[in-house]
Design a protein around this ligand. Structure first.
Ligand SMILES: [Zn+2]
Length: 289
């Protein structure tokens, strides 16, 4: 289980699905193959997937252990959920909870679950199916979610079948069980963790920043889906709800964190790393390399 230690805090990735359903050309519709391949020199080998011949991707959770809390940031796709949009998401029977336990975390250990945004691959393990009902997977946890994000998807579920299914099985049961804490996107959790608003991908999309005795990190959610967007931030993903706003957030985020030594943990990157500038060009550098 890959773990990074930042002094008094550890970050562990629990990988639910080790590749994307969407090739880069499909995930980033504004990209071109030539422009993507120009960056392969730094994308290889750390961020490249030789199995698919494409930039690597993951669906994963970040487990953050601070002196105060055990925190799970984003909860993947989940098991037993009807997901017509993708065969690798539909009615999954994955080993996520076993893998979480292998990382030293049982569901009862989790104090806080943080949702960067309410897309299908970020809220799935919020709940699990027990006796025909969706119950909170982490029974003691407070689930922190942006109120703006909840309001948008609660509105959207009346209009959109996919949203209705997803919100109905993975978010509404948390709210109904009284486990949701709706916060604004500047919410400070404690001396270690806080929300940062980066709207565009969704209306209430947020990152989570971490301050630890051994350095800072930021969990950037879906500000970027493929590492190539560090160098080509003008390319939105096919799932960015408000393209111009998503692009502006991405560009500002890269400006804020480039060359700062802040560890960037993106929801779908194959591994964490740093935004660095070389010869006027930004790229992503793997942690520990
Ligand atoms: Zn995502």
């Amino acid at each position: 289980m890959p773990t990074i230690t930042l002094g008094d805090v550890t970050i562990t990735r629990v990988i639910e699905i080790d590749r994307s359903f969407y090739p880069t050309a499909s995930m980033l519709p504004e990209s071109t193959a030539d422009a993507v391949q120009r960056h392969y020199g730094w994308i290889r080998p750390h961020f490249f997937d030789e199995r698919t011949g494409d930039i690597g991707s993951r669906i994963q959770s970040y487990v953050v252990r601070t002196p105060r809390h055990t925190v799970v940031i984003d909860t993947g796709v989940g098991n037993d959920k009807p997901r017509d949009e993708s065969p690798i998401w539909n009615m999954r029977q994955g080993a996520y909870l076993t893998d979480l336990e292998a990382a030293g975390v049982r569901p009862d250990d989790v104090d806080v679950v943080i949702t960067t945004h309410m897309h299908v691959d970020h809220v799935g393990w919020n709940t699990r199916l027990v006796g025909g009902a969706w119950v909170p997977t982490f029974p003691r946890a407070k689930y922190l979610m942006a109120g703006e994000e909840w309001e948008f998807w609660n509105y959207e579920r009346a209009r959109n079948h996919e949203a209705a299914t997803l919100i109905g099985d993975s978010v509404a049961p948390i709210v109904d069980a009284g486990r949701a804490v709706l916060v604004d996107t500047t919410h400070v959790i404690d001396e270690h963790l806080g929300f940062e608003p980066w709207p565009g991908h969704t209306p209430g999309h947020a990152a989570v920043r971490l301050r630890a005795s051994g350095g800072d990190a930021v969990f950037s959610g879906d500000l970027m889906h493929r590492v190539v967007q560090v160098a080509e931030p003008q390319w939105n993903s096919r799932f960015c709800g408000d393209g111009p706003r998503a692009r502006k957030s991405r560009e500002e985020f890269l400006g804020r964190y480039a060359d700062t030594g802040t560890l960037v943990c993106a929801a779908h990157f194959p591994q964490p790393g740093y935004i660095v500038t070389e010869g006027g060009q930004r790229r992503f550098a793997p942690a520990g390399a």
